[in-house]
Design a protein around this ligand. Structure first.
Ligand SMILES: [Mn+2]
Length: 368
C-alpha cells in the first residue's frame, strides 16, 4: 500500500509540501491542476512543473485527482468527441511524466454534496455533514452559494464557479437523461479512453458518487457494488478501474465496504483507495468523523484488513479530515486530521503485517 496525500498546489492549498513531507510513511502526492476547466487539455509543461515541485520534497507524483469529465461527455452530446480527444491527449501527457492512476468521477453537474461544511462536533472540531432535509429541499443554486460561502476562501473541488453559471441550462439538458443513458455515455467514453490508458500504463479509477444516491433528480450510477461491477465490465481491461472511497459508498449502510474492497481488490481493479469514517444517522443524515473506529459507523479495522488480506499494493490516501487545532484550510483538507488518519491506518496495517509474519491468519472474516 502506497501512502499518499491530496494536495491542490502551492497557490491553492493551505498545506505545504514541507509539512506533508513530515507525515510518517508518506510516499507521494495526489496532485491536480485546479485551474484547468473540465474538457481542456492539460499542458505537458504545467504537469512537468508540478512533478518537479513535488520531487523537490522527495515526494512522488503518480496519482492525479481528478481529470474532470466535461458535461457534454456525461450528457452524450455530439460535441463530446472534441472533449474526449482532449482527455486522450491529457492521458498521453500525464503518462510522459510517470502518472500511474487518474481518478475521475461521472456525476452529473455536481460533484460531492453536503449541507454543511463546518458542522461543530462536541469536541469543538468541525466537519462536513449531510442533512437530507436541508439538501433535498433547497434550490441547487442556493446550495451552491452556501458551499462557496463556507469554503474559507478556497475554491472547492467540483464546485468551481464556472459550473454555477451553467446550472439552469444543465438541469434542462439532464431532464431526459436516465441512469441507463449515463451508463451508455460512460461506455462510449471508456471505449475511446481505456485503450489509450492501457497503452500508456495508466489506470483510470472512477470515484463513487458522493452521496451514492440521486440528488436533485439527477441520475447517479457509481453507487453500489452491482453498478461498479457493471462499470468495470463496460470495457474489460485492467486500466478500467475503481477508486474505492469508504466514506462516499459508506453513506448508504447497505454498502458493505470491507466486502466491496476485498472483492474488487482480488480481481485487481482497485488502483486507488480513499479511507474515511462517517457517522450515520437513522434518518439517512451523516457527518464525517475522525478515522478512529469508535468515532464513526464504518468499521475501519475491517476495511484495512480487507485491503491487507487482498494483498493491496495500490495507492491510499486519507480522505477528508476534521478541522482541528484552529487550522484554517479548505474544508475537509486540513493537514492535522488527515495526518492523524494516516497514522491510524498505518498502525492497523503494521499490526496486520506482524500477524502475517507470525503466521496468524488475521482475516477471519465472515466475508465470502
Ligand atoms: Mn473520496
Amino acid at each position: 500500500m502506497k501512502v499518499s496525500f491530496r494536495w491542490f498546489g502551492s497557490k491553492d492549498d493551505s498545506v505545504s509540501l514541507a509539512h506533508i513531507k513530515q507525515i510518517p510513511g508518506i510516499e507521494g502526492i495526489v496532485g491536480t491542476l485546479p485551474d484547468i476547466p473540465a474538457g481542456e487539455l492539460w499542458p505537458l509543461d504545467r504537469i512537468s512543473a508540478l512533478k518537479e515541485e513535488v520531487a523537490q520534497y522527495g515526494l512522488k507524483l503518480e496519482v492525479i485527482e481528478s481529470v474532470n469529465i466535461h458535461e457534454d461527455i456525461k450528457l452524450g452530446l455530439p460535441t463530446r468527441d472534441h472533449y474526449i480527444e482532449n482527455y486522450i491527449a491529457t492521458i498521453r501527457n500525464l503518462s510522459q511524466i510517470g502518472i500511474k492512476v487518474i481518478c475521475y468521477n461521472f456525476m452529473p453537474i455536481f460533484d460531492w454534496i453536503r449541507s454543511d461544511l463546518a458542522k461543530v462536533l462536541a469536541d469543538g472540531s468541525s466537519v462536513l455533514a449531510y442533512e437530507k432535509a436541508k439538501v433535498e429541499t433547497v434550490d441547487p443554486s442556493i446550495l451552491f452559494g452556501k458551499m462557496e460561502g463556507e469554503a474559507n476562501g478556497f475554491s472547492l473541488p467540483g464546485w468551481e464557479k464556472e459550473r454555477l453559471k451553467l446550472i439552469k441550462e444543465l438541469f434542462e439538458l439532464y431532464k431526459e437523461v436516465t441512469e441507463e443513458d449515463l451508463f451508455e455515455n460512460l461506455k462510449y467514453f471508456l471505449e475511446k479512453v481505456i485503450p489509450v490508458a492501457e497503452e500508456c500504463g495508466i489506470k483510470m479509477a472512477i470515484h463513487p458518487d458522493d452521496p451514492p444516491w440521486s440528488v436533485f433528480g439527477l441520475p447517479r450510477i457509481v453507487t453500489n457494488k452491482e453498478n461498479m461491477l457493471r462499470i468495470i465490465q463496460l470495457v474489460d481491461s485492467p486500466s478500467n478501474g475503481l477508486t474505492i472511497c469508504s466514506g462516499s459508498l459508506g453513506a448508504n449502510p447497505e454498502n458493505n465496504i470491507p466486502e466491496i474492497m476485498k472483492y474488487f481488490c482480488e480481481i485487481d481493479r482497485v488502483p486507488f483507495v480513499h479511507i474515511r469514517n462517517i457517522k450515520l444517522y437513522e434518518n439517512g443524515d451523516f457527518e464525517e468523523r475522525s478515522h478512529l473506529n469508535s468515532d464513526g459507523s464504518l468499521d475501519m479495522v475491517e476495511i484495512v484488513k480487507s485491503l491487507h488480506a487482498a494483498g493491496f499494493t495500490g495507492y491510499f490516501r486519507p480522505d477528508h479530515g476534521r478541522m482541528i487545532w484552529d487550522e484554517e484550510a479548505r474544508p475537509g483538507y486540513g493537514l492535522y486530521d488527515r495526518a492523524l488518519g494516516i497514522m491510524y491506518i498505518l498502525g492497523i496495517w503494521d499490526n496486520l503485517e506482524n500477524l502475517k509474519k507470525e503466521g496468524v491468519k488475521c482475516f477471519q472474516s465472515t466475508i465470502s
